[in-house]
Design a protein around this ligand. Structure first.
Ligand code: K7E
Ligand code: CUA
Length: 765
């Protein structure tokens, strides 16, 4: 403590004598020197300048990428490609305490299937909530392909709030996509299965196996999906794939493509050709055109079958009501992307070199005139391919997904086999530019590129293979997201970003200024239910309650102590720690972990979270804060002591460390008075400047003021003990007083640095 004390004081004195000043010197290297030394071309330097975001500056867009098999969502900035966050969604994420605290465990438990915890997800398609077809930045939805589920993430705090399990699907792919006002989130099945649970032999595939599409009702006010208001449509057993909602003229309709409309059932082990052969025989597959607005009315009218307690519009009803049609599309299609005005649907055939542009107007006319080319085996009317097409463009081998530019008629399609992005004009039907990527692109994403108002500027290629792009790290390579400048006529590759968390499929990017996340919670907040936590604890109200063998610890954290510090329980007790972080200061998160357990909390400012452990064996279990939150972070500690059954206390002497005298107290007191002088000079420096023009500094000053308030309180305690000649407690409380001073000084110096770096000026009094 003394050593640190000297150092802190030195730093403080150095400041007060004006020795610590912002560095103004710059590297003597010229740009030419650096280019030569690092072997950079002018093009490299230009690309760097287009992506580099200097310290303290922020990105223009935020991307939300699916985390693939990690079951998470990855957030990064564009154009810097700096990773900002992994959001725990379907999989526990220790740093955020996700899947470790009781509150988030309850969210993950919503995703249980047949009572089983599913601890991974295969996330594919994130979708941002929309208002009038524009991203509004409030919510993010993402699907799990393997265990058909949709998660709701609140973009006010970037936390997962809800997981819903699809009641009838056994696998899915065509989700999550939203209606223009986020009334519904779509989820389409992938591999056909019986909608009921239970065994059905594959010999009954045609009759009993089915596809489906689910429309999940989103309750915007509650910020949650309402499963009671959600419904599904039974579809033929074609492997349904990607989906999109209509908008503008096509609002009210949704589109879901499919592959393996051959309905092949495989059997390679019996000497039959594999799925890949049987599922790609026909020249065309079908996309489904569904009038979801009318479907919602059909559900209201009760024309549904309840399957697993969930309303399903059966195919014959859908056909009779005129809400389901099929349109032939290139075989083994991928991608279903509706144009910003809703007039066109772009579909690519993975085994075709063409991309097909369908005209909504033409298709509606065919439907209106009952001009059908035939019916499928289930009686669903089929439209004629040629009569539905606007145009067809040769874009390259293995086209997949398409995204829209801010420039009218301009789109970008990912070309998987050729490893290219093709820029083309879907109005005129001509190719404009091609760019090679590395390697084998899946999805691609332009800024707000699937909204009614695409922003252009950048495109990210989400590549499946990285091969030789990065330093080798073993056989499992990172994924490669390549940033491409699309502001000019020619696309320009700017940057390769390795992503090592899983295989992202789709990503969406939103203008950063549309997001308004909070920086602290209302105090005592249950962040998963968005209500005041029932175990919220105010400072001074920390306590331990016992009810039989259930012990509840109502605790708090604040720089730099956990209250309580000693918790004694008996072997066999069930102990719940409900911890409230009392901090109001930005970024002052504390952690909480207990030795020998999975207890692991992340306590952001204002948050209350709980964790339950069973004291199954007697012993000494230290707990501590896992975030380096302050100079005395390591001292942010405590003990969970589990006494053996029938334990009797025995008196011992020399229990703890050191004894203090009046001289110790006087010395500490003197240090504190000196420190106060230094703090006063820091405060003087700040208030002599226009600090009120800088909101981050204003909140730092508030935080420092709070710490000084604590310092004053503890000084009183020290002096009270001193008056009673209790030098032990007097000295220790004087030490605590000094701790608060150091925290205040630390915050003050942060404020001072900020002011220096942001050009604060002296104000005349
Ligand atoms: Cu093309 Cu799941 Cu959207 Cu992968 S999907 S690439
Ligand atoms: Cu709180 Cu470390």
């Amino acid at each position: 403590m003394q050593l640190f004390g000297k150092r802190a004081l030195l730093a403080l004195s150095a400041f007060s004598f004006g020795l610590v000043t912002a560095s103004t010197s710059w590297s003597a290297d010229s740009l030419d020197d650096v280019m030569k030394r690092r072997g950079l071309t002018e093009k490299d330097v230009l690309a760097a300048a287009k992506t580099y975001v200097p310290t303290g500056k922020r990105d223009e867009f935020l991307a939300f990428a699916s985390g693939g098999q990690s079951g998470q969502v990855i957030v990064y900035g564009i154009p810097s490609m700096r990773i900002l966050k992994y959001i725990g969604v379907f999989t526990p994420e220790p740093w955020q305490g996700y899947g470790f605290d009781n509150e988030s465990k309850a969210v993950l438990a919503q995703g249980r299937i047949n009572g089983k915890d599913i601890l991974f997800g295969d996330t594919h398609h994130p979708a941002i909530s929309e208002t009038n077809g524009d991203y509004d930045g409030e919510y993010l939805f993402i699907n799990d392909k393997n265990n058909p589920r949709i998660a709701v993430i609140d973009l006010h705090d970037f936390e997962t709030k809800q997981i819903v399990v699809n009641p009838i699907m056994k696998s899915e792919h065509g989700g999550a996509f939203v209606t223009p006002n986020t009334d519904y989130i779509i989820e389409a099945s992938q591999y056909a299965s019986p909608l009921e649970n239970g065994y059905v032999p594959l010999s009954q595939f045609n009759e009993k196996y089915r596809g489906a599409v689910t429309y999940w009702k989103f309750d915007r006010k509650a910020g949650r999906i309402d499963p009671k208001q959600s419904f599904s449509l039974e579809l033929p057993p074609y492997s349904q794939d990607l989906s999109d909602f209509g908008k503008g003229v096509s609002d009210g309709w949704s589109f879901t493509n499919s592959f393996c409309s051959e309905r092949y059932v495989g059997g390679i082990e019996k000497g039959r050709p594999p799925f890949e052969a049987g599922c790609s025989q026909k020249d065309t597959d079908f996309f489904h055109m569904i009038n979801w607005k009318k479907a919602a009315e059909v559900v209201k009218a009760g024309k549904v079958k309840m399957i697993n307690d969930h309303p399903v519009i059966m195919m014959d009803t859908a056909i009779a009501e005129g809400i389901l049609y099929l349109v032939p599309e290139p075989k083994s299609p991928h991608g279903m992307d509706v144009s910003p005005d809703g007039k066109f649907m772009i579909v690519s055939g993975k085994l075709d070199s063409h991309t097909y542009v369908f005209s909504f107007e033409k298709m509606m006319n065919l439907i209106k005139n009952k001009d059908f080319a035939g019916k499928d085996p289930y009686g669903v009317p089929i439209l004629d391919l040629k009569k539905s097409l606007h145009t067809q463009v040769q874009v390259g081998l293995g086209p997949l997904h398409t995204q829209y530019d801010s420039k009218p008629c301009v789109v970008y399609t990912s070309i998987y086999v050729d490893s290219q992005v093709t820029k083309w004009d879907y109005c005129e039907g001509k190719v404009l530019d091609k760019l090679s990527i590395h390697y084998n692109i899946g999805h691609l994403m332009t800024m707000e590129g699937d909204s009614v108002n695409p922003k252009g500027k950048y495109l990210v290629a989400l590549n499946k293979l990285a091969i030789d792009r990065f330093n080798p790290v073993g056989p499992l390579h990172p994924q490669n997201h390549q940033l491409i400048d699309i502001s000019g006529d020619k696309m320009e590759l700017l940057y390769d970003m390795p992503l090592p968390l899983g295989e992202p499929h789709y990503a969406v990017a939103i203008a950063a200024d549309k997001l308004k996340p909070i920086i602290r919670y209302k105090s005592g907040w249950n962040t998963r239910t968005d209500e005041v936590h029932e175990g919220k604890t105010r400072p001074g109200k920390e306590r331990v309650e016992r009810d039989g063998n259930k012990v509840t610890v109502y605790g708090t954290t604040i720089r730099s102590h956990i209250t309580p510090e000693i918790v004694e329980v008996q072997e066999g007790d069930e102990v719940t720690f409900v911890m409230t972080n009392l901090e109001r200061a930005e970024d002052q998160t504390h952690g909480f972990a207990i030795n020998g357990t999975n207890a692991n909390l992340s306590l952001e400012p204002g948050k209350t979270a709980s964790v339950t452990v069973t004291a199954s064996r007697p012993g000494v279990f230290p707990y501590y804060c896992t975030e380096f939150c302050s100079a005395l972070h390591l001292e942010m500690q405590g003990y969970l002591l589990v006494q053996p059954k029938g334990y009797k206390e025995v008196a011992t002497k020399g229990a703890e460390g050191q004894a203090y005298t009046q001289a110790d107290y006087d010395k500490q007191f003197k240090t504190n008075i000196e420190t106060q002088g230094v703090i006063d000079s820091v405060v003087g420096y700040i208030v002599a400047r226009n600090y009120q023009d800088f909101p981050p500094v204003v909140s730092l000053v508030e935080d420092a003021t709070e710490q000084l308030g604590f310092a004053a309180d503890t000084r009183k305690k020290a002096e009270e003990f001193a008056a009673k000649n209790d030098w032990q407690n007097a000295t220790l409380w004087a030490g605590q007083w000094w701790q608060y001073q150091v925290k205040a000084a630390d915050i003050g110096l942060r404020a001072k640095t900020y002011l220096d770096q942001h050009g604060a000026v002296e104000v005349k009094k």
